[in-house]
Design a protein around this ligand. Sequence first.
Ligand code: F0G
Length: 433
Amino acid sequence: MLAELACFVEKCGARFAITDAIYNCTRCGGLLEVRFTEDLMDPESLKRVWRERRLCNNALDQSGVWRYRELLPFDGHHQQAISLREGNTPLLDGPRAAEYGGLRQLRFKHQGFNPTGSFKDNGMTCGVTQAIRLGRKRVACVSTGNTSASMAAYASAAGLDPIVFIPHGNISYGKLAQALEYGARTLQVEANFDQILALVRELADRAGIYLLNSINPFRIEGQKTIIFEMLDQCDWNSPDWIVLPGGNLGNTSAFGKALRELREFGLIAKIPRLAVIQAEGAAPFYEFMRTGAEFESVKDPHTLATAIKIGDPVSWPKAFHEVTASNGVVEKVSEQEIADAKAIIGRCGIGCEPASAATLAGIRKLTRASVIQCDETVIAVLTGNLLKDPDYIYRYHTGQLKDPEGGLIEPRFGNQPVVVPNDPAVIRKILGD
Ligand code: F0G
């Protein structure tokens, strides 16, 4: 659809061309969001077109992002899209996790099934496509790991020059390995995520870099399709709750925007409530919502769920708007709660990375507090693949996982590997035969 960039600060209201390479309002510094400037097709025809595209061999129709192109701001430019067949992620039933979380039923929308193993691919295909549209050759991001893996893949697929900035020693090897293998110039900075983001924003203007962090509104547009596809898979019947982890809060912003648009264009009747879950040591958004005071960043965030180890989330004003508009909630969970929930998701045969497991830990807390009722319909979004952080898994199951303060995390659902001799009799005995 035809669209423009609009300042998210209502009383500013500045508007910019969709091809302006800016990340903040040049008048007031506010966040930017894409606004459509034309009407959508009739919703029933659209639902039919989107369903039919699933049967088509056309690359864009096969993408779980570009299939929904009528709700993306690439009017006439989607043929330039750089796609790795992102999206198409399943909705999976997790009965054990439901029981653990105090629910009758729980479904997981598993974004770890994406080409680079995280939800970032939904946004990155759009971000990189916008870089191409703007004729940019160099793209960069600061990342806790998944954004850099995704950007490296999409930028290299597009023949661009990817540069990633990561906090030295603070991302999992799985993610670092991806950035290297996909050919990104990888700079490990001795600072935390928030400090590096400030650094990269300063560099971007001078070095001709197109910035692909979630402050980039085209990333947010792509991430909306996680919700479009989820609702499509639910035959457009909204669940009561959508639960997701919160770090830099780009995804919360994207989900809220997607739901508002679906409602506004008549594709869904009801907006589900958003429940955003943060890790206790990196929970500035939780504190802000709880106290109602001024937003205060956490100077030294800590959590083993490194993907969400962020103390100064740039998208908090948007996330605040979206959580409020959906009558949602924000919760925080401990390292032990994340680790146990993660093991339970694993035992469903599903698995995920630590940040994603914050969802189930949060659900358990929210049902116990009667915020979520046991018979409500809940979809938790698993943001990253289990293999992103195998070191964490091995340490948990072998009783070696320590929280950031050095306290041992109890392997309540641990599954120790056992060393055995090459002797069938002994092995039979161990197996209880
Ligand atoms: N889950 C995973 C697996 C993530 O990688 C991230 C963010 C989040 C949740 C939180 O999403 O920031 O939109 O609130 N990872 C970013 C990165 C920051 O650099 O890969 P958010």
